[in-house]
Design a binder for this molecule. Structure first.
Ligand code: NAG
Ligand code: NAG
Ligand code: NAG
Ligand code: NAG
Ligand code: NAG
Length: 562
């Protein structure tokens, strides 16, 4: 098997790296981080809803919601409230909640009120830190819902009826440089629109690419992978190929080649995709942007799975420089095949591939053989030394599961409900209401001496574009200043194996070479970097800012760029 050397060698290298980090400080501890590393913790055994959609807010609270039309959930609305919805398809008077807020600090859940159906919808954090969710199903398919974060328990969803031009079910959103969202596609919608609307002329616009990539029997181009390229155009991947799209003028700027092999990667084939960390930001519109698409289900899998034949998932990733005029896909092989995985950008610029199954597809009861083992991808390593399998969990995370990065560097993992109802018995994969955290081994307590701690600026500071940012931090032990980086991560809206708006920028000093670090004496250091030069590189809003030593990140602080 071509992947065997990777499986053995990379964990070994990583093990040695951690030993190297520890060596000067801890002569006695030589048993750290068995190859494979990472740690799983069960945070809550029942959050009341299955986490189909998740978004981290700048209050370190996570908005979670499922759908409203499967009957009662496992958490009641507060104060004996009930939702009266004559249009609900299952329960017209429902006294349970279908959305909750998870507070990271207290590890607790609070029920929220969502009125109409938010099933398989989309959304984005806005420049002011609110979550703006769009669409859904049935009576909710053209609604917009806003959640303004608060640090007490007073906030809840606000709902705006029939705010969209088209119904948007299985669409993808992206935040734009002007602070609005674009909403791309959805079931039966070969079009896009913007929200908030500009007065008057703001319509839904046709996007023929979405009908060209649609197989009407399967609709295998849903939840397209959308990224804002560094030139201001949108990369849109659906089914097995992508375009670069000028959304201002409605023009296709570039047709990218079909991904080798030609297998579909978007829903229900449900691979996942990330924009790799953006570096060397001084290049402005010329900054190199690369996309990595991993896993999915081979062509025909959906039909096969419906006939009870669960075809093995894809084990390939395709990597492409979307900013090049004429780029080619470069294929790589994952140590494990995976469909319905989630790809999460870690604060140090590595990618975690987590959740999902090794056969079948997305859709009701169409997945089999859960993949319990997350894999880390190191984009800057040489080919063949990029993937590293991690320690496994024991809870299947099948269809409708999610994973997101928290400010402290852990990955929050929840959801899994491949049924139209909450079914806890009599099914292959029962509805799962647990919440776990995966801690990559950069959180190993034995790394405390080299873990940076940000002293200033204060969290929630505002920053501008193209300005010098001075960050003071501490590190208990001796560090080599040449190995400090500063990263900014946009917290995404995650559902159906795709994290909308997920974006990581590696900041550099004004020379564009690296971060400038000076020692302030003792355990105090200062690093000077330039903030991103434009709202194309970093659309306005809240980001998590991390100081990273080698692969070990500080806790993040929130910064608002505008
Ligand atoms: C990783 O898994 C190994 C083997 O299952 C286990 O011994 C080790 O404790 C795990 N590491 C952590 C950090 O949980
Ligand atoms: C969820 O609620 C159902 C119906 O009330 C109940 O049968 C089931 O035991 C509950 N499950 C959990 C995990 O609480
Ligand atoms: C981008 O590249 C073009 C063509 O090489 C060059 O003219 C322009 O100055 C570059 N822009 C930046 C910000 O480096
Ligand atoms: C799943 O739950 C629904 C609603 O309670 C029920 O009608 C259905 O029979 C259950 N399915 C199975 C396989 O038990
Ligand atoms: C940027 O960092 C490089 C490498 O550390 C250093 O040579 C250069 O002087 C720095 N530039 C500024 C403006 O700090």
């Amino acid at each position: 098997m071509a992947t065997t050397p990777t499986l053995i060698l990379v964990p070994l290298l990583h093990y040695l790296l951690i030993q190297l980090l520890l060596l000067p400080y801890q002569q006695h501890v030589l048993t750290l981080a068995a190859p494979g590393g990472g740690k799983w913790n069960l945070l809550l055994s029942n959050i009341g809803v299955s986490a189909m959609h998740m978004q981290l807010l700048n209050t370190d609270r996570v908005i979670i919601f499922d759908r409203t039309d499967f009957g009662p959930s496992n958490i009641s609305l507060p104060n004996n409230q009930c939702r009266n919805d004559p249009n609900d398809l299952t329960l017209k008077v429902d006294c349970t909640a279908h959305s909750v807020e998870y507070d990271v600090a207290s590890n607790s859940i609070r029920p929220l009120n969502v009125l109409t159906d938010v099933w398989c919808s989309s959304g984005s954090a806005m420049p002011d830190g609110s979550l703006m969710q769009t669409g859904g199903f049935n009576d909710g398919d053209r609604n917009v819902r806003v959640y303004k974060p608060c640090s007490d328990d007073s906030c809840d969803w606000q709902e705006f009826d029939v705010a969209l031009r088209q119904r948007r079910w299985y669409a993808t959103n992206h935040i734009l440089p002007d602070g609005r969202q674009i909403i791309v596609g959805g079931r039966g919608q070969f079009s896009y629109e913007f929200y908030p609307k500009k007065a008057g002329a703001d319509q839904s616009y046709n996007l023929p690419f979405l009908s060209q990539t649609n197989d009407p029997r399967i609709e295998n181009n849903l939840y397209p992978f959308v990224f804002l390229n560094t030139d201001g155009n949108l990369f849109i991947f659906a089914n097995n190929r992508a375009i670069l799209f000028d959304y201002v003028n409605g023009l296709v700027v570039r047709n990218y080649p079909t991904i080798p092999g030609g297998d579909p990667r978007s829903y229900p084939s449900s691979g996942s995709a990330v924009l790799l960390p953006l570096r060397d930001l001084q290049g402005g519109a010329n900054v190199t942007a690369e996309v990595l698409v991993c896993g999915g289900a081979p062509k025909g899998s959906f039909t096969s799975a419906n006939n009870g034949n669960f075809v093995g998932a894809l084990n390939s990733c395709g990597r492409i420089r979307i900013s090049d005029p004429n780029p080619q896909w470069v294929m790589e092989t994952m140590p494990l095949a995976r469909v319905m995985g989630d790809m999460v950008l870690l604060p140090n610029g590595n990618i975690l591939i987590i959740n999902g199954a090794s056969s079948g597809t997305a859709g009701w009861d169409l997945g089999r053989n859960p993949v319990f083992t997350p894999v880390i991808y190191r984009p800057n390593n040489p080919v063949g030394l990029r993937f590293e399998a991690q320690n496994s969990s024991s809870i299947p995370r099948m269809y409708h599961s999610t994973a997101i990065l928290l400010r402290d560097g852990r990955i929050l993992v929840s959801g899994s409900n491949p049924h139209a109802y909450y079914n806890f018995t009599g099914v292959v994969f029962p509805t799962d209401l647990t919440m776990e955290a995966f801690s990559p081994d950069y959180l190993d307590p034995r790394l405390i001496r080299v873990r940076p701690m940000i002293v200033s600026p204060a969290s929630h500071s505002q920053i501008g574009y193209g300005q010098q940012l001075v960050i003071n931090f501490k590190a208990q032990g001796r560090i080599n200043r040449g190995f400090i980086t500063v990263t900014m991560v946009a917290p995404p809206f995650t559902t159906h194996s795709f994290s909308m708006n997920q974006r990581l920028l590696v900041l550099t000093n004004s020379t564009g070479i690296s971060a400038s670090v000076t020692s302030l004496g003792g355990s105090n250091y200062q690093v000077r970097v330039m903030t991103p030069g434009s709202n194309i590189l970093a659309p306005p809003g809240y980001y998590l800012l991390f100081v990273v030593y080698r692969e070990v990140p500080s806790q993040g602080i929130w910064v608002q760029i505008k």
